[in-house]
Design a protein around this ligand. Structure first.
Ligand SMILES: [Fe+2]
Length: 389
């Protein structure tokens, strides 16, 4: 996170005695990135955050296998056709991934168990529904269009209020706003498409009493269930630069050019080996002879994974892509508007259309994405040939 925040009670000086009402000491914990050399927070626990009473290996759910995108093809996956079991963690259906990032889809109406991903940050995009994110840092009430960014190692759980659908982006490192949006010391610059006021974070501590509380921990070695002597939600205060936050896609301020602008203007976050972009409703490119949809392009270093979440995406007209669809346009394949889409949008502009209503979340990876069984189970096999009709 780019700025300092304090929630609940903390002592005036760090690393000094901080006492509970009964005279005992609160237990101080540093959560820090990059070996004490980057952002961190100090959390004050009622109980020792180190007290575990049991550890058991957990067999991963089936469906975690990935296979290469061969024969190389553009793909169309229909999340509308997926039915998931489990919660918003255990019920994740792996769609695509590589050594840098895993992309999964989940639908659930039931709370997850406590979960800690110690492999990297997660960015969970809420496609539909309302979901309460509970963590050692406190609560974030999330809803449709929210990205919830969760730092590595944060113990948390998801509590849907009804049914929620999410796209989970699991990184192998840290997910941050693009460096070019920030000043030398981390303030969002005026040209950035969002700023500090658009970010929501926990505002008060969340304290839950409980004993022998299991936490599912994900590491590179696999899954473990650690049982904590006391409930990990026992933090009375914390401060620092490291904490979960939410950002709603409607708060993204699109940047529009006279002629068509490429996806970097839509960039929202960056992680190791990938970027996340938000395509939002905006005025169309305004040169009198503009072609206001993408040109054919060969993004030679990237695979483009695009999740269509709302509105009407003109460039894909006639391809079968609909709200809930995901397209994957891999390196090695030139993609562009579907046949007739350019003519159709020029015609629409001539009839007075000046805006686009599209809403999409794109993850561009810098290494090829392999495909999960979940994606292959909801694939539209005819998509690759739609440009040749
Ligand atoms: Fe593209």
């Amino acid at each position: 996170m780019p700025y300092y925040r304090v929630v609940g009670e903390v002592p005036r000086k760090r690393h000094t005695q901080f006492r509970r009402p009964d005279g005992g000491l609160y237990a101080e914990e540093l959560m820090g990135e990059e070996g004490f050399s980057s952002d961190s927070s100090l959390l004050y626990h009622r109980y020792l955050p180190t007290a575990i009473v049991k550890a058991e290996a957990v067999t991963p759910a089936t469906g975690t296998r990935l296979e290469p995108n061969l024969p190389l093809s553009p793909r169309h996956f229909r999340t509308q056709d997926l039915s998931s079991a489990g919660d918003l963690v255990s019920g994740r259906i792996l769609l695509a991934g590589n050594g840098d990032v895993r992309l999964s889809y989940a639908t659930s109406d039931r709370p997850s168990e406590l979960y800690r991903n110690s492999m990297g940050d997660e960015c969970v995009y809420v496609q539909r529904g309302r979901v309460r994110f509970e963590s050692t840092y406190g609560v974030i009430e999330a809803g449709e269009g929210d990205y919830v960014v969760i730092p590595t190692g944060t113990i948390h759980r998801w509590v849907p209020q009804g049914t929620a659908n999410v796209l989970a982006i699991e990184a192998s490192g840290h997910i941050r706003p693009p460096k070019r949006y920030l000043s030398q010391y981390g303030q969002f610059l005026e040209h950035a498409p969002y700023c500090e006021r658009d970010l929501r974070a926990p505002s008060e501590p969340l304290v839950v009493e409980g004993e022998e509380v299991p936490v599912l921990v994900r590491t590179r070695g696999g899954l473990t269930r650690l049982v904590y002597r006391n409930h990990p939600f026992d933090v009375v205060g914390w401060d620092g630069y490291l904490y979960p936050f939410a950002f709603n896609i409607e708060d993204f301020e699109p940047i529009v050019k006279k002629t068509h602008a490429p996806p970097p203007v839509h960039q929202t976050f960056e992680g190791p080996g990938f970027v996340v972009c938000s395509f939002c409703p905006r005025p169309l490119d305004y040169h009198p002879e503009a072609v206001p949809i993408p040109y054919n392009h060969h993004n030679v270093d990237s695979d483009e994974f695009m999740f269509y979440v709302g509105g009407d995406y003109s460039a894909r007209a006639g391809s079968g892509i609909d709200v809930g669809s995901i397209s994957l346009h891999p390196a090695g394949f030139t993609h562009g508007p579907q046949p007739g889409a350019v003519e159709a949008v020029i015609d629409a502009v001539s009839r007075g259309v000046t805006t686009t209503s599209e809403v999409a979340v794109m993850v561009d990876t810098f290494r090829p994405l392999d495909l999960g069984q979940g994606a292959l189970s909801c694939e539209d096999p005819g998509y690759a040939w739609t440009w040749a009709r």
